[in-house]
Design a protein around this ligand. Structure first.
Ligand code: COA
Length: 263
């Protein structure tokens, strides 16, 4: 799977894992409109590819995952354009949350503004030791506009979200780990290997159960508990119609490792 037509990202494949690499290193992988559209296209491509079981998003180079929206375009941004861009970014990030496959952010450097919003849309975040994370939008006189104000609160609580959004300070990877903004911190030279190790584990899991688990957790956490519990029961019932549940039970009984096929 290779899409040479992309100009601002790269789409690569290693085993059952798709790597989407943000590729504007001269701008610290900041998002322009093309990159937003190409990222959306790549996400839809990997979602539709049954050979892909897990997706990783990272940035090219060792400096930045992404430094957020491309500020050089701001002087020409009208309020209408700002609203359109905000909606397009939100669309990308909700696509990640709604996709059926687990998505990992491999944070290889700065994850700022929209870069942080992208990372927190993913299901897991592994950061390089030298990475710095933050929501510096306030320093430009704006606020996070790609879901950050809403999602940071859910991830790190109101107190930490206010610190990040009101003060616009960058925090180091270890501090991000302490407040639950990332799941793991590793030396930069181990980032790919550690990410692949998690991606491999996820890609060996039962795809339909993972899809429903993601849906129940992401969607269920936004609805009243009673609705979420009903959803959980319905999804559980559906899973008992899959062959993978049979494979899982048989493997347990025979003390072997199940090979889940996603049917
Ligand atoms: N948009 C456009 N260009 C950006 C960018 C962004 N968000 N972030 C960095 N760049 C560009 C810089 O302008 C610079 O380009 P140049 O070499 O043509 O001058 C290049 O990337 C390297 O960045 P530089 O600022 O020189 O690196 P640094 O190590 O001194 O600082 C940062 C790194 C991330 C701290 C700093 O670039 C920064 O604060 N960026 C903006 C982050 C931000 O506010 N994001 C939210 C946007 S809403």
């Amino acid at each position: 799977m290779s899409r040479p037509s992309y100009e601002t990202i790269k789409l690569e494949r290693e085993d059952r894992v798709a790597w989407i690499v943000l590729n504007r290193p001269h701008r610290l992988n900041a998002f322009n409109e093309d990159m937003i559209l190409e990222l959306l296209d790549a996400l839809n491509t990997v979602e539709d590819d049954p050979g892909v079981r897990c997706v990783v998003i990272t940035g090219e180079g060792d400096r930045a995952f992404s430094a957020g929206a491309d500020i050089t375009a701001f002087p020409k941004t009208t309020p209408t354009l700002a609203e359109e861009l905000s909606r397009k970014g939100q669309k990308v990030f909700s696509t990640i949350e709604e996709m059926s496959k687990p998505v990992i952010a491999a944070i290889n450097g700065y994850a700022l503004g929209g870069g942080l919003e992208l990372a927190i849309s993913c299901d897991f975040r592994i950061a390089s030791e030298h990475a710095e994370l933050g929501s510096p939008e306030i320093n430009l006189g704006i606020i996070p506009g790609w879901g950050g104000t809403q999602k940071l609160v859910r991830l790190v609580g109101l107190r930490n979200a206010k610190r990040l959004v009101f003060l616009g300070e960058r925090i180091k990877a270890e501090e991000a780990l302490r407040i639950g903004l990332v799941d793991k911190v590793v030396p930069f030279e181990n980032l790919r290997e550690e990410t692949m190790s998690l991606a491999k584990k996820l890609s060996e899991g039962p795809p339909i159960a993972l899809r429903y688990a993601k849906y129940a957790l992401n969607f269920g956490s936004q609805v009243p508990l009673e609705v979420g519990l009903r959803l959980e029961s319905a999804l559980m019932a559906l899973l008992f119609s899959t062959n993978d549940v049979k494979r899982g039970i048989e493997a347990f009984m025979s003390r072997s490792k199940p090979e889940f096929k996603g049917d």
